[in-house]
Design a binder for this molecule. Structure first.
Ligand code: NAD
Ligand code: MG
Length: 393
């Protein structure tokens, strides 16, 4: 029996994770679930999975949910706050932690799981983007196992040899190709991007996801964050990571070897496939995903990304090349800009402007430790908030 903590259980990835878990009660047991604000969803999940612990954002919600669960005969202990997230991520009885909190809020609990030497199923790409070097050093020091949930990185992981160990040259890997759907605005002319709404940006053609990553997909910053994520996960230089737009989202990413072979993982665009892969790894379990019907799909298309219309992808490559604090700054500025866009406070094209201006304003420096990373994150959020005023028009 594999014992699990699901961080971010109430989100898109969390719900898909519990869907796979519920299909295999003989294999997986939920020890802890966490959710920030969708309290009713968390309550229902606790009724179904009966975890030992649940964690919410606010103490008053913890008391209310705990009382309701107790009335329903469920003995879940309900805790609140960031310390409680770290506590359930590091529980001695837990084998694997699904890290599916969105954004920088996921860094500390995900690191807690790493430091406890867990199997970490990593969906929270922002944690790796903002703290890549330290994060990977902690994985090594504490012998944690990192299994990528992001569909592209899961596809690359599946297309690499089992003993890859972050060494492309030894494995004969020349580069990887990360596929991108191109998002809802793939064919939208630049002028029309000025007026797009949060609702249009969140209507992704292939994947159903949380609102922040949906906007990231619309700007192509999601692919930019994934380039940085791939750099840390697979030990590849920036020039070994190529992005190719593939609107059908059937090929989830590819690995090219020095002999010309290209290996890929294909499937329907459903996150339950990478989730099931990581949950059962190195075995396989059913995920509830429909089998791929290639004749029905009929064709697969590919094109190069348009960096003129989608400058966020170029900004991410720039931050990766700069090193030091640049990816932390990029991630923080993006979170501020996307929140402002979703709130109706910033036009779509302002997102890349805020990020570019924040990168310009903060000199590149080394990031010696966690304190420096957290300070840079906070500083970059302040600068990005100032830039919002300028980019609002
Ligand atoms: P979501 O918005 O649907 O869910 C986010 C989860 O994080 C929720 O459970 C929420 O309660 C929790 N959360 C948010 N803020 C929090 C805070 N301050 N403290 C504690 N918990 C908090 O997001 P999602 O789409 O499930 O994405 C989760 C992560 O997975 C993101 O990092 C995203 O980039 C990554 N990811 C998602 C998908 C997808 O298909 N949805 C695919 C690949 C990667
Ligand atoms: Mg992805």
């Amino acid at each position: 029996m594999k014992k699990l903590t699901v961080l971010g259980a109430t989100g898109s990835i969390g719900v898909s994770t519990l869907d796979v878990v519920a299909r295999h009660p003989d294999r997986f047991q939920v020890v802890a679930l966490t959710g920030n604000s969708r309290i009713e969803v968390l309550y229902q999940q606790c009724l179904q999975h009966r975890p030992r612990y649940a964690v919410v954002g606010r103490p008053e919600d913890a008391a209310a949910v705990g009382a309701r669960l107790s009335d329903a005969g469920v003995a879940t202990e309900v805790l609140a706050g960031p310390q409680a997230l770290e506590f359930v991520a590091a529980l001695p009885e837990v084998d694997a932690v699904m890290a599916a909190i969105v954004g920088a809020a996921g860094l500390m609990p995900t690191l807690a799981a790493v430091r406890a030497g867990k199997q970490v199923l990593l969906a929270n790409k922002e944690a790796l983007v903002m703290a890549g070097q330290l994060f990977m050093a902690e994985v090594k020091a504490h012998r944690a196992t990192l299994l990528p949930i992001d569909s592209e990185h899961n596809a690359v992981f599946q297309s690499l040899p089992a003993d890859y160990a972050g060494q492309p040259a030894r494995a004969g890997v020349s580069r990887i190709l990360l596929t991108a759907s191109g998002g809802p605005f793939r064919t939208t002319p630049h002028e029309a991007l000025r007026a797009v709404t949060p609702e249009a940006a969140c209507a992704h053609p292939n994947w159903s996801m949380g609102r922040k990553i949906s906007v990231d997909s619309a700007t192509l910053m999601n692919k930019g964050l994934e380039v940085i994520e791939a750099h840390w996960l697979f030990g590849l230089a920036p020039e070994q990571i190529e992005v190719v737009v593939h609107p059908q989202s059937v090929i989830h990413s590819l690995v090219q070897y020095i002999d010309g072979s290209v290996l890929a993982e294909l499937g329907n665009p459903d996150m339950r496939t990478p989730i099931a892969h990581a949950l059962a790894w190195p075995e396989r379990v059913a995920a509830g995903v429909a089998p791929l019907d290639l004749p029905a799909i009929a064709r697969l298309d590919f094109e190069r990304p348009d960096l003129e219309r989608f400058p966020c992808l170029g900004l991410a490559y720039r931050a990766l090349a700069a090193g030091g604090n640049a990816a932390t700054v990029l991630n923080a500025a993006n979170e501020v800009a996307v929140a402002a866009f979703l709130d109706g406070q910033l036009p779509f094209l302002g997102i890349s402007e805020v990020i570019g201006a924040t990168l310009d304003a903060i000199p590149v420096e080394e990031m010696p430790d966690l304190a420096a990373i957290l300070a840079t994150d906070a500083h970059a959020r302040n600068i990005a908030s100032e830039m919002l005023q300028r980019c609002r028009a």
